[in-house]
Ligand binder design. Sequence first.
Ligand code: GLC
Length: 799
Amino acid sequence: MITNTELEYKGNLYPNRIVDYKRDSDKLYFTTENGVILEVTVLQDSVLRFRYATEYVFEPDFSYAISETASKGYNRLEVTENKTEYLLETSVLQLLIDKKTLRTQISDLEGNIINEDELGFHWEENYEYGGNTVKMSKITQTAESFYGMGDKATHSNLKGKRVNNWCTDQYAYGKDQEPLYKAIPFYTGLHNGKSYGIFFDNTFRTYFDFAHERRNITSFWADGGEMNYYFFYGPQMSEVVRSYTNLTGTPEMPPQWALGYHQSKWSYFPESRVKEIAENFRKLKIPCDAIYLDIDYMDGFRCFTWDKTRFPDPKRMIGELNEDGFKTVVMIDPGIKVDRDYWVYQEAMEKDYFCKRGDGPYMQGKVWPGACKFPDYTNPEVRAWWAELYKEFMAEIGVHAVWNDMNEPAVMEVPTKTAPLDTRHNYDGHPCTHRKAHNIYGMQMVRATYEGVKKYVFPKRPFVITRAAFAGTQRYSSTWTGDNVATWEHLWIANVQAQRMCISGYSFVGSDIGGFAEQPNGELFARWIQLGVFHPFCRVHSSGDHGDQEPWSFDNEVTDIVRKFIELRYQLLPYLYTMFYRYTEYGTPMLQSLFYYDQEDTQTHFRTDEFIFGKQILVCPVQEPNAKGRRMYVPRGKWYNYWTEETVEGGKERWVTADIDKIPLFIKEGAIIPKYPVQQYVGELEIKELILDVYFKIGPENSMIYEDAQDGYDYKKGQFSLRKFKLVGKENELIIQQFKDGSYTTSYESFKFKLHGLPFTIATIEVDNEEVPLKQIKLNGNNSIEIDKNFTELHITGK
Ligand code: GLC
């Protein structure tokens, strides 16, 4: 498709020699004799934007992906020229632009090539639709690897693969199947120990070829729109991902309950069944924060209505569930039933809010309720109307959160599975067809939902979940990986997808634990829970027709294992909440794949299974039946086996024992891991004491804990508590310093330090330079001590 077949070659057009150069503050314009203009914008010293116009004309500069709060500003920008090239230099990179061909080459300041054009920008005119197919080809560098691209169900390293982005309802998808629910046209390349990223901000169907068609060429192209991409330089992948995430945005802190365990099924009804499920959680003492109502709560699948036979008094039911610590999350789909007696349909018809086809008729398609029309969420007026529809649900009935599904949009019984391409959209005042609006349709729907939910749950924080997404959707909503299957292969896929989403800027993600289609056996369910509790979004969901999938649906052993791991998640809540804080504040992915964690170690470049949960916990799921453990790669450094407290030296693959009640789990030496007591739901207990698990290390390590009121917005006014810990261990000494920020007063007064791996017996303990009598602070275990939460320095010496 892309470049070098003879036929294509004849069709391709190329820029020729540069005849004009102009600078306008942070923008540079290079115009060629045949009417191509390259606009280079320097956003930051390490972030450049490349945009190409043909026939001298750029499209209006409009993007749904870019965040309003994206950082801007560089330290240095100099442009010089010689006979053959223009040279742009910032404080970290240089860009060469060839005067004859407009091809570009980016290197670091030492002259190491980071990324270079092969054919560079070229295009083909599109006779059928007008405009161009826009193309870019780059030279693949020696031993280059590629990562990212959202929800692709394929090996983490994309080298040798071709993928495309077109949000698709892909029921029971398989490994390597394409495309899936999301379109996130962002990848990172890694070679010679250096990493960069490219975000192709184009909402048409996009394609990426990572040395698949030709071994040394990486290319990307789109069915329309502009060649418009951002380049991010590292050299660390963490910097690349953070820059991309800064550009496309992060969410605000979610309510803490959204990080608890969630239970869903298509569908729990009637009310008595919902209650029975909820009661069982409390009876069996399995923590749970949310229960989901899938489409069957509605009256004939009409959004914003209730089936009054199944749910006669939803307000009362939701209130009662809430008393017992359960939040209720309900589904809302985009398809509005064609029904002249249905108020949502009537309103949208009156206001002319439904999408129309090219020649004027309404776009109509079949979804759950039968024939439906689809609001044009790309119209700001429609979004405002949609947001208001949530008023009764949230403010009056008390629904806590909303789940948007089928928003690719999914259309049944048509081969394309979606709206016809001639469907028209407003696109915020840039009218276009579905070819351009398809990939952001779901994003704009959930954006409107988010606005409505946020407004009507105030002063609480909103929680929203979406299936379809484009780059930037992470600002509004959490997400899940769609209709997976209860197989061991899908457990592998869930692991890869969650990691991939995290390094694509979208951390608030999880899979349907246990599988959506078909039914897992107890062993698969237990293994999947063991992985799922380490995903940012943790929900069991399954389709109705394949049997039960609650923690107690298997045997007692499985129930006990599931309880144990959900309890572990609740203990780790302050750690998980801190991960989220780091994500919102710095764009740090909540899960870090090993190639992200240690890119200098080339052994990590093709690993898929192991990942770092947050900053200091290493997880590796068991992904096959009857396993007593598995081989896994432990990254460089020293790690404590969570279960045995043995330490291992990383940098090699090893066998790790993990019977059915364990998952391979390691803590980085020097880490301080905060833990709450087990609660049945977030906020059940007033936290009286914070446990700090300290893993001794010779040398320094930093840890952090973020806390606030767990809901509401006071944290934005300084009501948060951020504790940074600096640990330094020596042969006979351990020093922990605390640096505190924020004015939130936590409910507990003291820390209970549990010291793991201490190589000496405690002789003295000083808190802020004053010796404390041992019997005053030592707890039952030899290595547990209780200390006032406001300490500045803790100094322990050994005998
Ligand atoms: C779609 C969703 C699934 C949901 C079902 C019924 O298949 O992906 O999660 O249960 O629709 O609403």
